[in-house]
Design a protein around this ligand. Structure first.
Ligand code: NAD
Length: 422
């Protein structure tokens, strides 16, 4: 872990312990689930355009596969380290259990900035990383997907590399070694917006529960990438005004509303929200204080600190990103009566539609977008209902604690029935 950063895995463990305490999870299962099963680190050389070789460090952390194959995204970012990937991998285990899909949890990453490499260099990094992982990934063993800094093209290169390292007779059978591919190469309709769409189903569920109207409400969104921009566009369709947006480059605001579709086009062309002509620039430190009902962190972890939590004007923080809220911030939010819709619930739409993609590849079928959305809604609403019931059963307010309790209880049940080998 970098010294300047709070340990993300420590945060993940603290959240896990709270859930485990609530259901009285037995000690042996606590020890098993509080560490990943496998921690794979690969150092691999890649030829850069100037002819020199650069050695990259990549990770694949396989947290748990009790419920199904390991599953989780691949992150490309200069801050990727073992601590971060362990935390992200554990969250995948809880997400799959919470949504009742037959996957385990994993996460991977490579420590570099993809924006600093050109297309050809990036392709070589992805292919060489995939080759280095070798048999540690596989269509029924461990299935990567996109995350921060990676995308559908990354997944296509991974799938192609894996397929070409497989015997000819098996080659057509391994498409599902990754999900989040382009439609043309076996991706699922709706996978690109799945995380955002799943989040909107959960937010709507919360709104119905507490009597809040998304139409006419306002929101701020941090991160305008795959997840943040999809959330922004879907919120706008629901009649919610986007008042401010921040990304790695800076932030922009307009009290009258930022057009999410026009902003998406701008970012596709310019790579950042900075300079978007139909809004005013704001200092990133002033972004969180922009008046809004719904706060959507959709970038990195540890962004909603205690200091930020004290400034928020919203009624609800919806965790599109993984681990955006620090433990201290969570206390401040609870004291201020601001609801937190936890990451392991609200951003699980990505893994759910990844599961649908995996099923489609396995049976050589293609679902249409309506089918995907209907099935996704069904899974998300069931998970939200179950979290509400768990809060009532345990007589607690925290939705995060209830979500953990639910996921852990499901895992505990399966461990009890299967036993621990040998
Ligand atoms: P992305 O790479 O498409 O976009 C990331 C966005 O965050 C960009 O707009 C970037 O500029 C911004 N950002 C980066 N550093 C920042 C900083 N210091 N301050 C402000 N903004 C910053 O990534 P994504 O796939 O949209 O993932 C975003 C978050 O959602 C991550 O936490 C990821 O783990 C989580 N998530 C993604 C998926 C998925 O399907 N892609 C699923 C579940 C959760």
């Amino acid at each position: 872990m970098s010294e300047s950063r709070e340990s993300l895995f420590a945060t993940a463990l603290a959240q896990f312990e709270r859930g485990a305490d609530l259901i009285g999870l037995p000690e042996d299962l606590r020890s098993i689930l509080s560490q990943p099963k496998n921690e794979i680190i690969v150092n691999f050389p890649v030829r850069m355009n100037d002819g020199r070789f650069r050695v990259f460090r990549g990770y694949r952390i396989q947290h748990n596969n009790l419920l199904g194959p390991y599953k989780g995204g691949i992150r490309f970012h200069p801050m990727v380290d073992l601590d971060e990937v362990k935390a992200l991998a554990s969250w995948m285990t809880w997400k799959s259990a919470l949504c009742d899909i037959p996957f385990g949890g994993a996460k991977g990453g490579v420590t570099f900035d993809p924006l600093q490499l050109d297309h050809d260099e990036l392709e070589r990094v992805v292919r060489r990383f995939t080759h280095s992982l070798g048999a540690n990934i596989g269509p029924d063993h461990d299935i990567p997907a996109p995350d921060l800094g990676s995308n559908a093209q990354t997944m296509v290169w991974m799938m192609d590399t894996y397929a070409n390292s497989t015997g000819a007779a098996e080659r057509q059978n391994v498409k599902r070694v990754v999900t989040g591919k382009t439609l043309e190469t076996g991706g699922s309709p709706g996978r690109d917006k799945a995380t955002g769409q799943g989040l909107i189903f959960c937010l709507q569920h919360w709104a119905d529960e507490v009597g809040f109207d998304l139409t006419g409400a306002s929101a701020i969104v941090q991160g305008w990438g795959n997840v943040g921009s999809a959330v922004g566009r879907l919120l706008q369709v629901h009649g919610t005004t986007i008042r401010a947006v921040a990304d790695a480059g800076g932030a922009v605001a307009d009290p009258g509303g930022i057009d999410a579709f026009a902003l998406t086009e701008w970012v596709m062309e310019h790579g950042t929200v900075v300079g978007y002509p139909n809004a005013e620039p704001v200092e990133p430190e002033d972004f969180w204080a922009v008046d809004s009902d719904v706060v959507v962190p959709a970038a990195l972890e540890n962004q909603v600190t205690a200091e930020v939590a004290a400034q928020l004007t919203g009624r609800v923080v919806v965790e599109a990103a993984n681990g955006p809220t620090t433990l201290e911030a969570e206390e401040v939010l609870a004291e201020r009566g601001i609801d937190v819709l936890p990451d392991i619930l609200v951003n699980a739409g990505g893994v759910v539609v990844s599961y649908f993609e995996w099923l489609q590849n396995r049976s050589a079928q293609r679902w249409n977008l309506e089918e995907v959305d209907v099935q996704l809604r069904d899974v998300m609403v069931r998970a939200c209902d179950a979290v509400v019931s768990m809060r009532e059963e345990l007589a607690i307010t925290s939705r995060r604690d209830a979500a953990y309790a639910l996921a852990l209880r499901r895992l505990e049940t399966v461990y009890q029935q299967r036993g621990i080998f040998p």
